[in-house]
Design a protein around this ligand. Structure first.
Ligand code: GLN
Length: 198
């Protein structure tokens, strides 16, 4: 049976991730396809789930509205790979800094990292920087857009890439989180890495 990789399609860079995943699937020669998912009932068929960048406040609000919050936690407990980029990284985190008031975001708590939601966004709206990622060969161009920063990582978290000594790509078992946007460039190596986690 063809493997299905879900892209959470509530808000954000959905189409770009579907294309990047399909590009990575083709490069790896897998019998799989990327699909958009919006409802709890659609999660059971998935081999992995990707939470895109966008606006974490909106994504979490929609997760709750559609009853997806618990089902995604259950999916992680069942050891299915879950990847989050930018707002998706915020959504996966165990802790967020400076969250007060009505716009407070309650994250899923699936990876032991503390994230500052708009850390780079306050200094510079967006920028690009080549990143050295072990096993990737030549550098990967990191595209940062109103990016969060990972300010603390737990002892079971593996730091896969850093920028100016700060973690930008981290993994804890089946959970992969990155603060940049790998779906915006024609390079599927991060998506390939994720697919290899299945
Ligand atoms: N800082 C944004 C947030 O809080 C994320 C930005 C992005 O995903 N490009 O959701």
């Amino acid at each position: 049976m063809i493997m299905k990789i879900g892209v959470l399609a509530l808000q954000g860079d959905v189409g770009e991730h579907v294309s990047s995943l399909n590009f990575a699937i083709e490069n790896l020669g897998l019998d799989a396809e990327a699909i958009e998912v919006r409802r709890p009932g659609e999660l059971a068929q998935l081999s992995a789930l990707l939470i895109p960048g966008g606006e974490s406040t909106t994504i979490v609000k929609q997760l709750k509205r559609f009853g997806l919050f618990e089902p995604i936690i259950n999916m992680a407990d069942a050891e299915k790979p879950i990847m989050g980029t930018c707002a998706g990284c915020i959504v996966l985190a165990s802790k967020l800094v400076d969250e007060v008031g009505p716009r407070k975001v309650e994250p899923l708590g699936l990876i032991d990292i503390t994230v500052n939601r708009n850390a780079y966004g306050r200094q510079r709206e967006s920028f690009e920087k080549p990143l050295k990622i072990p096993g990737f060969g030549y550098p990967f161009m990191g595209v940062f857009i109103r990016a969060p920063s990972i300010v603390e990582v737990g002892e079971n978290v593996e730091v896969l890439a850093t920028m100016d000594k700060e973690p930008v790509m981290v993994r804890q078992k089946n959970i992969l989180a990155l603060t940049f946007h790998p779906e915006l460039i024609l390079d599927s190596r991060v998506h390939q890495y994720f697919l290899k986690m299945i």
